[in-house]
Ligand binder design. Structure first.
Ligand code: UT7
Length: 328
């Protein structure tokens, strides 16, 4: 019997129109364009319009995927959404997206893994396609980080932006698509990058909101050190496990958190800059959105059979790498 693999057959990204530049941030917090550019590689990021929610990003992504692939939303079986900024605490944004995009025959759920949300979600979607349960699974990674960022905190507001993307997974009998994954987590890292209150541990109160503890908190240096080590390690490990040399890898698609973390990962893999997708200068860190946004922007450069390594590190800590062969 032919082995079924799960292959990406369509990709769509979405970013809101409004741009927040480094120059704009100079008027909001004690920072400057030179510092942000040299420390992170970011020049500007996007902001959702007032009232624009994660599900609105999702609808644009789902519609784009279906249009490109020439299918009806009614054909979608399942939607898995990697995100930490859903419309509500419940119901899930996947649930809302199914309704708004007309995916009447689909079910789905949100999955919380911060910057690794897309990789975690992709691996979940993979299983349902590989085992023959479903033929059309949409995997989305997207975040509306502006909804949880304090624009008076220069440690976080310079990095994050809004946006995301998604892919369609379908069965493949040519051996293309997802080949291998390594996913990791270490909850001991949670206090270095998290949204401290608003969950069941400490629900929102007037007092903790007054203290601004409902926003993202990040201890940048600690996260940076862990990111450099773990993202590079896991990318090297997936190459080793699959006997991939640098020359065999067509593209690295790294999570876009900091250009220095991306460079460290590429160096460890022995890849030149020409093989590394980088759009951090335009969108900043869109958390679960960065990797599908890259795939969308580079889609017309990808060739059938290309070996591609996706790698991420983020809050949790969560990190991982996925190796896939491009299928179209
Ligand atoms: O995507 C999820 C995972 N997240 C990440 O991977 C992010 C990882 N961390 C980072 O990317 C970096 O740690 C940051 C970009 C967040 C910060 O860069 P850094 O090189 O680690 O800066 P730092 O916190 O060590 O601060 C260095 C200096 C300090 O000044 P002194 O003490 O040297 O005088 C800070 O006060 O830069 C100062 N500083 C700033 N200056 C201007 C900190 N933030 C800013 C700022 N603008 N926004």
């Amino acid at each position: 019997m032919t082995k079924i693999t799960a292959a990406i057959t369509s990709v769509q990204g979405y970013v809101p129109e409004k741009i927040l530049s480094n120059k704009d941030l100079e008027t909001m917090v004690d920072t400057n364009d030179e510092w942000i550019t040299s420390r992170t590689g970011i020049k500007e990021r996007r902001l959702a319009a007032p009232g624009e929610a994660l599900s609105d990003f999702g609808v644009k992504i789902i519609e784009g995927i279906c249009k490109k692939r020439g299918i009806s939303p009614l054909e979608i079986d399942m939607i898995v959404v990697g995100s930490i900024t859903g419309d509500y605490r419940f119901p899930s944004s996947a649930n809302v997206m199914c309704d708004k995009a007309g995916c009447k025959n689909a079910w789905g759920f949100d999955l919380s893994a911060a910057c690794s949300g897309f990789l975690y979600a992709l691996d979940v979607g993979r299983v349902y396609v590989e085992n023959g349960t479903y033929n059309k699974v949409i995997v989305i990674g997207a975040d509306v980080m502006s909804s949880i960022i304090n624009y008076k905190d220069r440690a976080t507001c310079i990095i994050f932006g809004d946006g995301g993307g998604g892919v369609l997974l379908e069965p493949n009998e040519e051996g293309l698509g997802l080949q291998d994954s390594i996913l990791r987590s270490d909850g001991a890292g949670r206090q270095f990058l998290f949204q401290e209150v608003g969950g069941s541990k400490e629900p929102l109160t007037a007092e903790n909101v007054h203290e601004n503890r409902q926003y993202v908190y990040q201890e940048g240096q600690t996260v940076f050190k862990n990111a450099v080590r773990n993202m590079a390690d896991v990318a090297a490990e997936i190459m080793e496990n699959n006997n991939l040399e640098s020359d065999d890898v067509a593209w690295l698609v790294p999570h876009q958190a900091n250009l220095r973390i991306i460079d460290a990962t590429a160096n460890r893999m022995g890849l030149g800059k020409e093989k590394v997708m980088v759009n951090i200068q335009k969108y900043g860190n869109t958390t679960a959105g960065t990797i599908p946004l890259c795939l969308w922007e580079w889609e017309d450069k990808l060739k059938k059979g290309d070996n591609i390594v996706l790698a991420s590190f983020g809050g949790g800590f969560t990190w991982g790498a996925i190796y896939l062969k491009w299928a179209y």
